[in-house]
Design a protein around this ligand. Structure first.
Ligand code: FAD
Length: 412
């Protein structure tokens, strides 16, 4: 039985896992060279989506890829120089889009995501952070019937899994969000979803509570894992060695570097995304609005209005291409003609993405003192608390509240 767990990574996933482990009575230390929530978690769109059980690799999606790639402002881009590196991952992505795999992936996604608000509730209450999460619902809007039809398979899967998705017309859209331009003919209203008004603050609040409860947070970069006969026994860090009893890898888009070291290689790729945040916006929204055709979210946050989305394959090292963020801003201004603000900030972040959309939430396959929780892709904010709950069950040996098999590290 684990006594002490060392968690690599203080993103929302690492912090939620550490919080659940601490609540289960274990000694827990998080190690990260950044303060909590300052990497990918910092800039996400804030959508909390217990209904997002649609695999990214849908057969219909693949057909649309050439059109997206041809559009410089489109939702997907691959830097040519990075294509050879991304190719093996992309081939696995295509393999995951086989029709027969879609139902099992959707089922496993829904099993994890469905408990989002329930799993966050105790963490928010204990951290006095309920005000950062709203069960506001959110709205998808489409300009054309063709746009709505192109996503028909995705809406069908959500409905099959019990997600409430109400089709509404222009009047319903205007009633919910009057600031939207009048071009949106079709809407889908998802009343059970929600959003976080500041993902960085949420992570820092949970981390502060974790520390107040006796959890430790060490600022250091992990350089290597020292492996003994029974598994990891120490971390080599830029602040010196740290002994390890049990290790949990939550290093977001860098997790594969560590999982490979403990004998669990994983196909993890960074899907880089961008945001712009418009401070003191002239447009007020009651809830996130997503452009069905543009595949981005516009979310009301306490720091301003955030426009976030796009997928760029360019690896962990290449500098950001802020033309992608500018394109998001231009599209948001088209969506909300009155949109202006006092200042616009731009950001790029690394989504940790596995080809079959499912995260890795698992015991290590080689060593009994290793656990993994990473690869949540577009859904890490949503999945973090349910992942924390499952990880605590796996580490303590308690009966898991959902079947953990689909998230195994040795499924590839
Ligand atoms: C544009 C955009 C929009 C998004 N919108 C949403 C959304 O609306 N809803 C949603 O649910 N999700 C969304 N996501 C996805 C979500 O942000 C991620 O899935 C989530 O932040 C991943 O959390 P994490 O804790 O796994 O990783 P991270 O937040 O990246 O944290 C990983 C941590 O590991 C640390 N680390 C890495 N290497 C080392 C090392 N060597 N030593 C020590 N520490 C290390 C890093 O410093 C970092 O703090 C979005 C992502 C993007 C980019």
């Amino acid at each position: 039985m684990a006594r002490h767990v060392t968690v690599i990574g203080a993103g929302i996933v690492g912090v939620a896992c550490a919080s659940y482990l601490r609540r289960a009575g274990l000694e827990v230390t998080i190690v990260d060279m950044r303060a909590p929530g300052e990497y990918c978690t910092f800039g996400n769109a804030g959508a909390l989506s217990p209904g997002s059980c649609v695999p990214y690799a849908m057969p219909g999606v693949l057909k649309r890829v050439p059109g997206w790639l041809a559009d410089p402002a489109g939702p997907l881009t691959i830097r040519l120089s990075y294509l050879p590196r991304a190719l093996p991952w992309l081939l696995r992505f295509v393999a995951a889009s086989r029709r027969e795999r879609i139902p099992e992936i959707a089922r496993a996604l829904r099993a994890l995501l469905g408990g989002t608000f329930e799993a966050y509730a105790p963490l928010l209450r204990e951290a006095d952070a309920q005000h950062l999460v709203r069960q506001s619902g959110y709205l998808f809007v489409y300009e054309t019937q063709a746009g709505l039809d192109a996503d028909a398979g995705a809406w069908r899967i959500r409905r099959e899994h019990g997600v409430v998705c109400e089709n509404i017309g222009p009047e319903g859209i205007r009633e919910l969000e009057p600031a939207l331009r009048g071009v949106y003919r079709h809407g889908v209203w998802l009343p059970e979803q929600g959003h976080c008004v500041n993902p960085e603050r949420l992570t820092k609040s949970l981390a502060a509570r974790f520390q107040a409860d006796g959890g430790k947070l060490v600022r250091a970069r992990v350089l290597d894992i020292e492996i003994g006969a029974a598994g990891p026994r120490a971390l080599a860090t830029d602040a010196g060695p740290m002994p390890v009893d049990t290790l949990l890898i939550c290093a977001g888009a860098h997790s594969h570097e560590f999982s490979a070291r403990v004998g669990d290689p994983v196909p993890l790729e960074t899907q880089r995304g961008y945001h712009v945040t418009i401070e003191n916006p002239t447009v007020e929204l009651a809830r996130p609005v997503s452009s069905g055709e543009g595949k981005f979210f516009v979310t009301p946050m306490d720091v301003g209005l955030r426009v976030a989305g796009t997928v760029e394959f360019a690896g962990l090292e290449a500098p950001p291409n802020y033309a992608r963020a500018d394109a998001l801003l231009a599209q948001a201004k088209r969506m909300f003609p009155e949109l202006a603000g006092s200042r616009v900030t731009k950001w790029m972040g690394h989504r940790p993405q596995i080809p079959d959309t499912l995260p890795v939430v698992s015991r290590g396959s080689k060593f009994a003192n290793v656990f993994h929780a990473f690869g949540h892709g577009h859904l890490g904010l949503t999945c973090a608390a349910p992942t924390g709950r499952l990880v605590a069950e796996l580490v303590t040996g308690a009966p898991p509240h959902i079947d953990p098999a689909p998230y195994r590290v040795d499924r590839f």
